[in-house]
Ligand binder design. Structure first.
Ligand code: TXA
Ligand code: MG
Length: 339
């Protein structure tokens, strides 16, 4: 794996971007930063190249990928017709952390869409991603650049840890911004449906298109609309319990489990973390600014590796704004929810 470092560069190094773009055009895989999480890219029109993504991640073949493009024109080149709702949302939020499920016109390889008649497309809001997409001048299929089932990578080191020697290139552009993946919204129905909460909040979307539906397919037995949502996700380094309780009650649970001989890791807001005691404590940010919590969440899920932690207790957050995406990921990572 070639690792290019653009981290400390004031200006983006066009030589690196050109070389990485050549890798993509030649059918190789390249991981790159976006404003949400790192993606693992390949030429979306090249079935063999896209196959390398599934192989490197160990991703189930029935879980479709997002095609990344640099402009609205390139986006419309991949779809049959652009629904009104999608047009409005693109104008409002793209480039940005939102992915549109649209009727496919078949331009992308069939393993990108896992055989569906729809295709998920997004325009990322990150200077390295945008320049890479412009330079490559092809749609780039890119899921999050982690081993399937692990937390998405928010730093190049996360990618390196998971995928070194399994991919051709990695552009290190420093830590990502939002810290959680894009919102996935199905615009093929009359009323748009949020399939995955993410960087653009439901509240923001409603201001542009009015009512929206939310279908996270959490109910068991239902066939999820976003196929990825049915798989285990964001697996932390030890079992994780989500805890909604007062600080005193939180401490009681810690004490009780420690008496059972367990080493306890805690993930909590600054407000809670500063008032409890455990074997390892990671502060996620303030309850007054959940965007901080989003930025730190995936790194925290990976952070208990070295301390022999037996159980992670994570504070629950309000499901408002970006809190909806935070709680969606935590509920997927958790084996229990204590209320
Ligand atoms: O922020 C992001 O979206 C990141 C960065 C790299 O862009 N990418 C990302 O990709 O999170 P991935 O593959 O980890 O998640 C894509 C989600 C999956 O849940 C998948 O099932 C869903 O989008 N998806 C893809 N194509 C779809 C389609 N045609 N219909 C419904 N859901 C789709
Ligand atoms: Mg993913």
């Amino acid at each position: 794996t070639v690792r290019w470092n653009l981290h400390d560069n004031e200006k983006i190094n066009s030589k690196v971007i050109q070389e990485a773009a050549r890798f993509l055009r030649d059918g190789m895989t390249v991981a790159f930063p976006t404003e949400t999480v790192y993606g693992l890219g390949a030429d979306a029109t090249n079935e063999e190249a896209v196959g390398k993504i599934f192989e490197a991640k160990g991703r189930p073949a029935d879980n479709p990928l997002i095609a990344h493009v640099a402009t609205k024109e390139q986006l419309t080149d991949l779809v049959d017709n652009l629904p009104d709702s999608a047009g409005k949302l693109i104008d409002a939020f793209s480039p940005g952390p939102i992915t549109f499920v649209l009727p496919s016109n078949g331009t992308c390889a069939k393993n990108v869409t896992a055989g569906l008649s729809t295709i998920a497309i997004r325009i990322p809001d990150h200077p390295i991603a945008l320049q890479l997409l412009k330079e490559a001048d092809i749609p780039v299929a890119a899921p999050s650049a982690n081993i399937s089932g692990k937390p998405s990578p928010t730093t190049a080191d996360h990618v390196w840890f998971d995928l070194n020697e399994k991919i051709s290139g990695l552009i290190d552009g420093g830590a990502t911004g939002v810290g959680l993946e894009s919102t996935v919204i199905d615009c093929t129905a009359e009323i748009p449906i949020i399939l995955r909460p993410g960087g653009i909040t439901m509240e923001q979307i409603k201001t542009v298109v009015g009512p929206v539906l939310v279908d996270l397919a959490l109910a068991s037995g239902n066939k999820p609309k976003a196929p990825g949502m049915k798989y285990t996700h964001y697996a932390p380094e030890a079992p994780l319990w989500l805890v909604e309780a007062t600080v005193d009650k939180f401490q009681e649970i810690i004490d009780h489990e420690q008496k059972n001989g367990k080493k306890i890791g805690v993930m909590a807001s600054y407000e809670t973390a500063s008032r409890v005691q455990a074997d390892q404590i990671i502060q996620l940010g303030s309850r007054d600014d959940l965007s901080e919590v989003a930025i730190n969440l995936y790194d925290a899920l990976r952070a208990f590796k070295n301390a022999n932690i037996d159980l992670i207790l994570c504070e629950a957050f309000p499901e408002e704004g970006i809190g909806q995406a935070i709680m969606n990921r935590l509920q997927k990572a958790a084996s229990s929810y204590i209320k």
